[in-house]
Ligand binder design. Structure first.
Ligand SMILES: Nc1nc2c(ncn2[C@@H]2O[C@H](COP(=O)(O)OP(=O)(O)OP(=O)(O)O)[C@@H](O)[C@H]2O)c(=O)[nH]1
Ligand SMILES: [Mg+2]
Length: 212
């Protein structure tokens, strides 16, 4: 197997209890926990995937959603090529918070980052309070792509990361003045300097009763 040809840093942001950790654990370990183990500060995960003929390493930073950790955001989103801003489709406040994160990301990083807005807990459709059309239209208005996921039922998670990785490869190549198709395997990625900061992983899961 060939060595990693490209590394991307991806950050998960969003209010507490929306399912950020659940999404990443579903993607990396294919596991799901009904309990909320509140993330402290942040933790990171790595995954290697083959895509578009390239071996890509994703470093995924899972941040803490509690408001008291908000100020740490820039530590994790700076230098990221992709951001997953997660909300809970049954919780209006979490959608407001997602919009605030998008605003901050656009102010701080401009268009240097591929933005995804994730409506998680899609299995709770009956309790949905954010209409899908509204969320999709908002995403479009800010140049983001909207995804619906259920970490619980393993819906949409794999596709989300796959699609984001294709977009990051495409962005990298367009900024290198070459072309790449996000839907084919004919790409030739070129190297670009890495900007993955070394930040201590302080993740100390602890139980909380915010939503379950
Ligand atoms: N029904 C349902 N519950 C989910 C889903 N994803 C996560 N949950 C539940 O939501 C709660 C919070 O999930 P976490 O992944 O810990 O949330 P988080 O966003 O990482 O929270 P913080 O670390 O505090 O920021 C847990 O009880 C999960 O089991 C989902 O897709 N469907
Ligand atoms: Mg978490």
């Amino acid at each position: 197997m060939s060595d990693v040809e490209k590394s991307f840093k991806v950050v998960l942001l969003g209010e507490g209890c929306v399912g950020k950790t659940s999404i990443v654990l579903r993607y990396i370990q294919n596991t799901f926990n009904d309990k909320h183990l509140m993330t402290q500060h942040a933790g990171f995960f790595q995954k290697n995937i083959n895509i578009a003929g390239k071996r890509v390493q994703l470093t995924i930073w899972d941040t803490a959603g509690q408001e008291r950790f908000h100020a740490l955001g820039p530590i994790y989103y700076r230098g990221s090529q992709g951001a997953l801003v997660v909300y809970d489709i049954t919780d209006n406040d979490s959608f407001v918070k997602a919009k605030n994160w998008i605003k901050e990301l656009k102010t701080m990083l401009g268009n240097d980052i591929s933005l995804c807005i994730i409506g998680n807990k899609a299995d709770l459709e009956k309790s949905r309070v954010i209409p899908l059309a509204e969320a999709e239209s908002y995403a479009k208005s800010v140049g983001a792509i909207h995804y619906s996921t259920s970490a619980k039922l393993n819906k949409g998670v794999e596709d989300l990361f796959l699609d984001l990785t294709k977009r990051m490869l495409a962005n990298m190549n367009s900024s290198n003045n070459s072309t790449i198709s996000t839907s084919s395997n004919t790409s030739q990625a070129t190297n670009r300097s890495e900007r993955i900061p070394i930040v201590p992983d302080n993740a100390e899961p602890s139980r909380t009763t915010c939503c379950n």
